[in-house]
Design a protein around this ligand. Structure first.
Ligand SMILES: *[C@@H]1O[C@H](CO)[C@@H](O)[C@H](O)[C@H]1NC(C)=O
Ligand SMILES: *[C@@H]1O[C@H](CO)[C@@H](O)[C@H](O)[C@H]1NC(C)=O
Ligand SMILES: *[C@@H]1O[C@H](CO)[C@@H](O)[C@H](O)[C@H]1NC(C)=O
Ligand SMILES: *[C@@H]1O[C@H](CO)[C@@H](O)[C@H](O)[C@H]1NC(C)=O
Length: 387
């Protein structure tokens, strides 16, 4: 698998190797019974809104003139549309982080800004007048990763493996972050924790899609914690930031059991249809540009058309509060972060898990959430007392 992946990355860089490797890739494509155009039932989840959103993006991708960008556009969109499982109903949610931790984080950022932060290495998906600043406080990012682990676990109903807390990034004036999804192996259940911004900062919403096909723009307050399925729902900051700095920390987890043994990075390549190399015969759709793994629609305001029709959350009507999480529908649910219980939620679980088709692997979104015990996808309290 590793070897093939290496070749695939080479293949994106150098077409002289394409013939051999493309044929291997296509073998895997056919082995998975993929067809093109995509059958409607193959979208994950198969909701009307998600299907329409992803279908539209795939049409835009197939009209990209540059081969390399077109290929990358297929890889990213297909991962979101059909390859990656969904672990929640909507794709994202909003909660609130504990005040004492926030106090320490805000202080850490202010100290870092006063001392003079370093500059982050150039990232293709971020544009602006200056690269972001970086405040390196491993003591604090470690606290976020560990102290808040039960937050995403409770939201998603799964035991998680911490991958990393990335921060602290401070975006600077006129920054934009293109719409994108995150790495498909390690960035599965994530949250963005907004810490603070300079006094001159104007509200700067994060744009994020949901499984019902809506685009939301959410203005986060300090302490707002936005959960999201990060390799599944497209998100970014297409509007320009106006102010001196704006700081968040990005925290990533993946399912602790039943996830790491598969190569999810290579799977999204196998889903790309053979027609990816055909140059477009027409341009009917709004043009989509792919930069790195990010996307933008240069002919629309803010570089992303749906920002004109987004559901805008400015924190005035729907405020995050301790003990609740808010769904993209605006509904509030009780939220008490705690250890996930190791149990099956359906009495059919042992049966499903025993099928030869290996449902726990094939259908992880459903099985790891609903049949944790039968899939051995959780820590049995007190060890082997179930045997
Ligand atoms: C693909 O289809 C064939 C024939 O129907 C079937 O035997 C095989 O199990 C399918 N493979 C997958 C990965 O679903
Ligand atoms: C995936 O999303 C669909 C549509 O919102 C939902 O019905 C389903 O329960 C979700 N899967 C899980 C495991 O939450
Ligand atoms: C940015 O904010 C400043 C005030 O801090 C304001 O004068 C200026 O008009 C704003 N620029 C844009 C493009 O909104
Ligand atoms: C950011 O840039 C805008 C225009 O590009 C300008 O009006 C504003 O004063 C700048 N703000 C800061 C803090 O540099």
């Amino acid at each position: 698998m590793k070897f093939l992946y290496l070749l695939l990355s080479l293949f994106c860089v150098s077409y002289s190797r394409a013939a051999l490797v493309e044929s291997d890739r296509l073998k895997e494509y056919h082995a998975r019974n993929y067809t093109w155009p995509l059958p409607l039932e193959s979208y994950v989840p198969p909701t009307e809104g998600w299907k329409n959103l992803m279908e539209h993006r795939l049409r835009q991708v197939s009209e990209i003139d540059t081969r390399r960008e077109r290929y990358e556009g297929f890889v990213q969109t297909l991962n979101a549309a059909i390859v990656a499982p969904n672990f929640t109903q909507y794709g994202w949610g909003l909660a609130k982080a504990p005040d004492d931790l926030m106090e320490a984080l805000r202080q850490g950022i202010r100290e870092g800004v006063e001392k003079g932060p370093s500059e982050e290495a150039v990232i293709q998906e971020i544009v602006g007048d200056h690269p972001p600043w970086f405040v390196d406080r491993p003591d604090l990012t470690k606290r976020v990763l560990e102290e808040l682990q039960h937050f995403p676990e409770t939201w998603v109903g799964l035991e998680l493996q911490p991958h990393r807390a990335y921060g602290f990034r401070l975006y600077r004036n006129n920054s934009q972050l293109f719409m994108h999804i995150d790495k498909s192996q390690t960035h599965i259940v994530s949250f963005i924790l907004h810490i603070d911004s300079s006094d001159d900062a104007e509200p700067w919403p994060i744009a994020i899609e949901d499984f019902q096909g809506n685009l939301h723009e959410v203005v986060l307050a300090s302490g707002d914690l936005l959960f999201y399925e990060s390799s599944k729902v497209f998100h970014g900051r297409p509007r320009k930031f106006n102010g001196s700095w704006y700081s968040s920390v990005f925290v990533h987890y993946y399912p602790k059991y039943g996830w790491a043994e598969s190569d999810h990075d290579v799977e999204k390549h196998y889903a790309v249809p053979p027609i990816w190399h055909e140059d477009p015969k027409h341009h009917f759709e709004v043009p989509l540009e792919v930069l790195g793994t990010g996307m933008r629609e240069p002919t629309c305001p803010n570089g992303w058309c749906q920002t004109q029709h987004s559901i805008y959350w400015d924190g005035k009507t729907t405020k995050s509060e301790h003990g609740k999480w808010i769904a993209p529908t605006g509904e509030k649910f009780d939220f008490v972060p705690k250890r996930v219980e190791c149990k099956d939620l359906d009495e059919q679980c042992p049966l499903w898990a025993s099928w030869e088709t290996d449902e726990c692997k094939k259908n992880p979104g459903f099985m790891l959430v609903h049949c944790k015990k039968s899939c051995n996808a959780c820590t049995i309290p007190g060890g082997n007392d179930e045997l």
